[in-house]
Design a protein around this ligand. Structure first.
Ligand SMILES: [Zn+2]
Length: 101
């Protein structure tokens, strides 16, 4: 997927979840070696997605949209609930769910 295709697809997802006033940025995220897929920048209303995300693109965008809707960086039960509702897969959510079991 080219960055342009990622922007177009991500834009649809953002709009679908009421984030019309947010922007999607495809970039190389260097400062998060443990979690390089995306960042939700609530202050600037920007969802940053790493250009190397590959086939995880959709899940990465939905993950950050859930942060935008939740209003914070935590992976708490409320975030998990929102993430599930908007379409994050159980595979994707498993690492976050285990801490509440
Ligand atoms: Zn997260």
């Amino acid at each position: 997927m080219t960055p342009e295709e990622m922007i177009a697809k991500g834009r649809l997802l953002l709009d679908q979840h009421g984030l019309q006033d947010w922007r999607l940025s495809i970039e190389t995220i260097e400062d998060r070696p443990d979690l390089p897929l995306g960042v939700c920048d609530s202050d600037n209303r920007v969802i940053r997605i790493d250009a190397r995300v590959g086939r995880e693109f959709r899940q990465a965008v939905l993950h950050e949209i859930a942060h935008a809707l939740r209003g914070g960086p935590d992976h708490d039960p409320e975030w998990i609930k929102i993430a599930k509702r908007i379409g994050c897969t159980s595979n994707h959510l498993m690492p976050y769910e285990v801490q509440f079991e």
